[in-house]
Design a protein around this ligand. Sequence first.
Ligand code: PLP
Length: 630
Amino acid sequence: KSLYMIDRWGRGYFDVSPDGNLTVAPLQERGSKIAIRDVVDAAIEQGLRTPLLIRFQDLLHHRVRALNEAFNRAIAESKFRGTYRGVFPIKVNQLREVVEEILDAGKTYHYGVEVGSKPEVFAGLSVHTDPESLIVCNGYKDDNFIRTALIGRKLGKKVILIAEKLSEVRMITRVAKEMNVEPMIGLRVRLLTEGAGKWKTSGGENAKFGLSTAEILAAIRIMDEAGMSSSFKLLHFHIGSQVPDILIIKRAVREATRYYAKLRKMGQRIEYIDVGGGLAIDYDGSRSTFHSSMNYSVEEYARDIVHNIADICDEERVPHPNIVSESGRAIVAHHSVLVVQAFGSIEKTPMSPIDIQTEEHKLIQNLLYIKDNISGPNLGESWHDLLQIKEEAQKMFELGLLNLDVKARVEILFWEIAENMQKIASSLEPEEVPDDLGELRKQLADQYICNFSVFQSLLDHWALGALFPIVPIHRLNERPAADSTLVDITCDSDGKVSKFIDLNDVKDTLPLHPISGDQPYYVGIFLTGAYQDIMGDIHNLFGRVNEVHVFLDEDEESGYYIEETIAGNKIHEVLALTQYDNRDLVGKVKAQVDGAIKQDLLKPTEGMRLLADYERGLKDQTYLSLTSAP
Ligand code: PLP
């Protein structure tokens, strides 16, 4: 458990059972623990295969409650006079079942939704039913966007259109007039406080969105001139997602509240301060200001927002506003786990030594000498000699002076000796290991081939170097034998995971167990519920993975049931996305089969059988069909 730091990033949701299975407790200590391996087996019995995305829906409930209650407690503690009205930004995970589950969990708290594009406003309007909760509309807008949002106003909903730029204020007032409805308008202020981490450019002077101080004043004039001076209801800011440092959040809240206070003093009856997203996830468990972590808790986040808003409002003698936050990552990241099957490994050293009789060659003699004489004290010197021989062998080969059998023997001996060195190095105190040998561990790492696509399922790792906890979901009572990296099945050398979480830094390898012949080996990629499945692309046409939605059920012996299964993309579906029509594909292959029959390359019966195979194959799933390790 400590090897994979499960207690640190797992936050009471994830644990290891005595029989070595990784378990999830969607309600933390209050509910049952589900062995993830059992869910995988049950899904396979229902006809699904890995890669498999498992959503623990009760965990969503738990997160929504945790956030709302943290704010409500903070409000009660500081005798704050406003309320908390959170909204879930559906761009973080738009899946209908996820959004509906979140709204269901948030009913008692009047928890609403945030939308940021035209398709999202259409979705938001339909799933939102509570007139007390908000629909916050961010993102660039056109007439259709605004009109759709204002349909919500006509239906009595609290839909707030946030202007990202001045021209949008004009558009909103114009369309509202045309529709004869009073809009609720928010202004996004461009704070000088910059975020931190990977998404820090969402804030600061050069941010893509937001109004400067002069533009806010101009926006107020536009609303006044349109006779809609009471429509300005909300002041919004967002300094970026995954803000690891609470000090930055406090600074931004104080800066924005100062705007609120000054605007209230100018007579603007703003009702809400919206602090945007940014509440981070401790992906690496380090509880630090590293970009994959956070140095605060949800409770501290809520307390600091409430306290700092109250502090400035009291100082400026203006009413306390209602507080809106748009936390996405913090609500959904924990609830889904991607399970992939590692089905083979690319090893540096061959499993069984190949018997090559080349011992008399000078290079081999030198290597054998190093092999017989390495020890702790001469580790550095031996490593340099080893590298020099490898280089010499390569040069000789390029000049045509080395036959393949000697080259093969050099390679085998090189990795064999390197592995021995690594063993000796790991038995020494860290300060006794020469610096040069740091690279050796990385070079010796095996690559486990996993049936998934980094581009589809772990896009932030590929694009931004974001880290996710990765842990085998079973065999955790066995000591892992290999330091490995993971490679996916796309034809792209970037399709790999070679950076892993670590308490103090980032690790280049992950300890994994040997893959045994007939048993599948499953690895879980955790905290993937935010952004990953929705941002994924169809590089190599792999597309969506299989998915199951799991609910707790105390009456079931297993403690859970699978409520829904969603099959991953079939081959013909992803081909259709790139304009290959299914019938056209079959028609063209049939013409080629007919041609081959005419030329006597195929017998008619065989030709028709092959055509049927092709047609059937189109309905197969895109990922590899692995029943067990080969
Ligand atoms: N609100 C806005 C305007 C955003 O751009 C984002 C994402 O960057 C969010 C909310 C969600 O942020 P997070 O997932 O950090 O809570």
